[in-house]
Design a binder for this molecule. Sequence first.
Ligand code: NI
Length: 185
Amino acid sequence: MILPIFLYGSSVLREVSKPIDKDYPKLKELIDNMFETMYNADGIGLAAPQIGLPIRLFVIDISPLDTEKTFAELKNYPKTKIFINAEIIERYGDMIVHEEGCLSLPNINEKVSRPDKIKIKYLDENFEEHLEEYEGYFARIIQHEYDHIDGKVFTDHISPLRKQLIKSKLTDIVKRKMNCKYRFK
Ligand code: NI
């Protein structure tokens, strides 16, 4: 089922999300719905707060990215990932600047500086614990989604000057006066 995506201005996007346990109701159905919602909106990542649930869950599917040329390092990673109760333990490596966008902020793309590498602990959909290291664009996507479960969005990282320049666009989103091809709240 395709769910509406909560846009910038929704208070749930500013909450620090709570961990979940194995008994969380209809978790498999929820994860399936998150993937479907993300695919429908042409996203490569979606966090639970973006569908109105302040829980520490996000999903990623990098299939649409060009792993032959632009993101060659992604070849080594699985296409699809589910992160439950994730905790980034370490961020390291060079700070890398790259453009980002977000399904909760339609029509906004801004350069964001993030550490190139991360070490992350999380549970998969079977509640098995993993400790993994990621780098490059995959590490960026994870950090972007992880921000969502900590109540942050990518525009929180941009300079005051850039923020000023996109202020009217942000205000339009808060007023829901923007173009958006998928269902939103
Ligand atoms: Ni996002």
